[in-house]
Design a protein around this ligand. Structure first.
Ligand SMILES: [Zn+2]
Length: 210
């Protein structure tokens, strides 16, 4: 079984076999013009998401926010603001559950609950883990969006400069880049996001939503 079981094994760029395992999911979307897709997971929360919105507005770029239903229920206005500002949203389950630890019906119910609030055709599994039976069921209703670059902004073992370095090191045409609008990531995000956007703009990347 080559599905990664332990999030500590996660590296910045997902291994080939792992990509093949969910080969029908989106990992990277190369375009004729150099393009990247900024994504933000786990919000929206008042402590971080408004700062992300301001920053994206400042650089005139748009991103895709994979929200948990719980956070949307707690912060409905923030969720509306995201969409009103032209950002894309996606489903990140109701309560940030890991499929691999749950029965398929329970997992799907959790996603459905979030769907009632988020209403998006996009889905990203928390921690990137799903059982094959879960992926098969989700495929019927959603496009699963994985990633090409994990910045690891949430990591306590990395500082902002190292998170910024991950963007510079691994980004290529079509990269789907993962940041987090979460408390855990806040410090590194605030350092790395503006620098990453400036660097990507200097390198000639355009930004698109999923
Ligand atoms: Zn998450």
């Amino acid at each position: 079984m080559f599905l990664l079981q332990d999030s500590s094994m996660f590296i910045e760029q997902p291994p080939f076999l792992y990509r093949m395992y969910f080969s029908e999911a989106l990992w990277r979307i190369p375009q004729r013009e150099k393009t990247v897709y900024l994504t933000f997971d786990d919000g929206p929360i008042p402590q971080v998401t408004p700062w992300v919105l301001d920053t994206l507005e400042q650089y005139k770029v748009h991103g895709t926010f994979f929200c948990t239903g719980d956070n949307v229920a707690r912060n409905p206005r923030l969720f509306d603001e995201l969409r009103a500002a032209g950002h894309q949203v996606g489903n990140h389950t109701m309560s940030h559950v890991q499929g691999i630890k749950m029965s398929t019906p329970d997992y799907l119910r959790n996603i459905e609950k979030a769907h009632d609030l988020i209403q998006s055709p996009l889905f990203r599994p928390p921690h990137g883990f799903m059982k094959p039976s879960q992926f098969a069921a989700i495929k019927e209703h959603f496009t699963t969006v994985m990633w090409d670059v994990v910045t690891r902004d949430y990591s306590r073992n990395l500082n902002g400069e190292q998170v910024f370095h991950n963007v510079r090191q691994y980004t290529r045409n079509g990269s789907i880049i993962v940041f987090h609008d979460s408390i855990k990531a806040k410090h590194n995000l605030q350092y790395a996001l503006p620098r990453a956007i400036e660097w990507l703009q200097e390198k000639g990347y355009r930004f698109d939503t999923l």
